[in-house]
Design a protein around this ligand. Structure first.
Ligand SMILES: [Zn+2]
Length: 209
């Protein structure tokens, strides 16, 4: 899941598949055998393009692989370390790709996962946050009335509101949309990065918040 039961965002939100992170990594040292190590390896890492433009969020584990391969270098470090048999490794908080990568403007596929991300797991009618498993997609203009499956006509919706709305438009059902549904844009991605990174001061200067 990209949003856990408490509504917290995890790195998966940016399209990488990994389990949720477990709270902030402070000034701790992590041993290979420590149960904390697994969660440290899943802490979110901001990925910058060669031009310092934020493009993605990944996990510590993946970021360290990219650094070892010489694809990326660390720009900011956590105060934590992971230990292997012979070495202590500093853990990155922000990495930068060494070669520029072209990122298509509108690369997000129209999918259930991306709609839930865009709507931040919030039912667009009752404005409450739910885990992904308790949300469905609602066609604002019902399919039976010619409503299409598009970014502008699909919203995250809890089962209760979905049942309540039935085969009606929001106006007919006396419901109001929390906000107008829009395609997933660069702006949406930035917002998500800020949500994921709000615990890490080191991300601020790259995301301007
Ligand atoms: Zn609802």
């Amino acid at each position: 899941m990209s949003v856990d039961s408490r509504g917290r965002y995890t790195p998966e939100a940016m399209g990488e598949v990994m389990p949720g992170s477990e709270g902030p990594a402070g000034s701790r040292s992590h041993n290979l055998l420590s149960p904390r190590r697994a969660s440290l390896m899943q802490e979110p890492v901001l990925v910058l393009n060669a031009t310092y433009e934020p493009i993605n969020v990944t996990a510590v584990r993946r970021a360290m692989v990219l650094m070892l391969k010489g694809v990326a270098q660390a720009e900011e470090m956590h105060n934590a370390e992971v230990h292997s048999a012979a070495h202590a490794h500093k853990v990155p908080s922000v990495i930068r790709l060494l070669a520029y990568r072209h990122i298509p403007q509108q690369s997000r596929a129209l999918s259930r996962k991306n709609i839930l991300l865009r709507d931040r797991n919030t039912c667009q009618f009752c404005v409450r946050v739910f885990p992904s498993s308790e949300l469905t997609l609602d066609h604002v203009v019902p399919r039976s009335r010619g409503g299409r499956s598009t970014w502008e006509n699909l919203v995250a919706c809890c089962y209760r509101c979905n049942n309540n709305k039935g085969d009606r438009t929001p106006e007919e059902a006396g419901l109001k949309l929390a906000r107008k549904p829009r395609p997933f844009t660069l702006h949406t991605s930035r917002q998500l990065m800020r949500l994921i990174g709000h615990r890490d001061e080191r991300w601020r200067k790259y995301l301007f918040y």
